[in-house]
Design a protein around this ligand. Structure first.
Ligand SMILES: C[S@@+](CC[C@H](N)C(=O)[O-])C[C@H]1O[C@@H](n2cnc3c(N)ncnc32)[C@H](O)[C@@H]1O
Length: 378
């Protein structure tokens, strides 16, 4: 289920609720009271009904007309029960309740995503740890999307290992692990591997150590100063290069290359032509950011994934001109958004000592970020 969702307050007018439905493009939305209890669902049909019976929708409360007969999913119900309720309701999203309280919404797509995640891991799926840190910034789009994005990293990783001719991984490093969105999938898929989690955020590293049994490494903004003695069969770095400027890439690549054991494989992700495309005029209507709004809506409102729309446009212009674009987040130095073309990224790998390019897949991670696989031959 998704625990971050849009709802309408019972005291809001039907007019305001209807406007919200139209703005978000939803057919129905849950209505809750001030104590957080689920009251019912407001649909556009409810709004029309109020108007056609001659009442003023600005003066009728959403809570008074919301359909309370709609079947809500109890948090403790099985996925099968939830699917049966969704089918009976004719699809869309259903509210999830814990006692009287509205705690989330669920859709068939979310259940399917969750099942796909378990199927991707295979027989070790029951090992997938589902404890998620409340401080995990990557969790904003809800559990199924979070789990699937983590598990989807296994596809480019397995591809890279196959290209390297490796059938086992003894120890692996998640560099820029965050709170373990991908590390949990790696732990399930490689149950015998020793895990190391390295991040700048000590809370994230501690969480990974506690939750997944990973060796903790507190990172440094200067990769040359990171203290790791181990050498790894596999290094995964997801969505880190997507946030750093061009002059810093060689330092990170050199350091990661130096941490590979002979025959070791590095897989890192970049924001390439696919991600850049969502920022273009007329695109991004159906790409949702952690804010819950579409990229196109953010760009129209003057903001894009934490950048101002002007900064985002400047980044895109540089990307189109040179194959690389970057802008700091406002108020931060050295951390922001980068967009890098495949040819530019491959040039960086070629310039790194000790590694060779194994493969480059556009949109290789969950259909969005590009994945780059490299090997250390000796
Ligand atoms: C967008 S998050 C991705 C987190 C995780 N890989 C995931 O996909 O959920 C980028 C992560 O890189 C970390 N990071 C930034 N600079 C770093 C550095 N110098 N060394 C290690 N991690 C760093 C950040 O703290 C953050 O957790």
């Amino acid at each position: 289920m998704t625990t971050e969702f849009e709802w309408i307050a019972a005291g809001d007018s039907v007019l305001a609720g209807g406007a919200r439905l139209i703005e978000l493009g939803f057919g129905r939305m849950p209505v809750r009271d001030a104590a957080g209890a689920f009251i019912g669902m407001l649909t556009l049909r409810d709004v029309v009904r109020v108007v056609t019976r001659g009442d003023d929708p600005a003066r009728v409360s959403a809570g008074d007309v919301a359909d309370s007969g709609i079947s809500a999913v109890d948090v403790n119900e099985s996925l099968e029960q939830a699917l049966a309720r969704l089918a009976a309701a004719g699809g869309g999203r259903l509210p999830v309740v814990e006692g009287p309280k509205l705690v989330g919404v669920i859709s068939k797509a979310e259940v399917d995503t969750y099942r796909r995640a378990l199927a991707e891991i295979g027989p070790d799926a029951e090992r997938l740890v589902e404890d998620i840190s409340p401080d995990d910034q990557m969790h904003e789009l809800g559990l199924p999307s979070y789990l699937w994005t983590g598990v989807a990293a296994l596809q480019p990783i397995r591809l890279a290992l196959a290209a390297a001719g490796r059938d086992s991984v003894g120890n692996l490093l998640d560099f820029g692990s965050g709170h373990g969105r991908v590390l949990r999938a790696l732990k399930a898929a490689f149950p015998d591997a020793r895990l190391t989690a390295c991040d700048l955020d000590p809370d994230a590293v501690d969480f990974c150590a506690r939750t997944f049994g990973a060796s903790p490494v507190y990172s440094n903004v200067d990769p040359a100063r990171i203290r790791i003695d181990d050498r790894f069969d596999l290094i995964w770095s997801g969505s880190l290069f997507t946030h750093i400027d061009a002059p810093r890439w060689p330092g990170f690549l050199e350091r990661l290359a130096s941490l590979l054991a002979p025959g070791g494989v590095l897989v890192f992700t970049t924001a390439g032509r696919g991600v850049a495309a969502e920022m273009r005029e007329g695109a991004g209507e159906h790409v949702f950011t952690p804010s819950g709004r579409s990229v196109a809506a953010e760009m129209r409102e003057g903001e894009y994934r934490g950048l101002t729309a002007d900064l985002a446009r400047g980044l895109l212009q540089d990307f189109d001109r040179t194959g690389f674009g970057y802008r700091d987040y406002p108020g931060q130095t050295g951390y922001g958004h980068s967009r890098a073309a495949p040819s530019w990224v491959c040039g960086q790998v070629e310039g790194t000592s000790g590694i060779e390019l194994l493969g480059y897949t556009e949109r290789g991670w969950n259909g969005r970020q590009d994945t780059v696989a490299c090997i250390r031959r000796e």
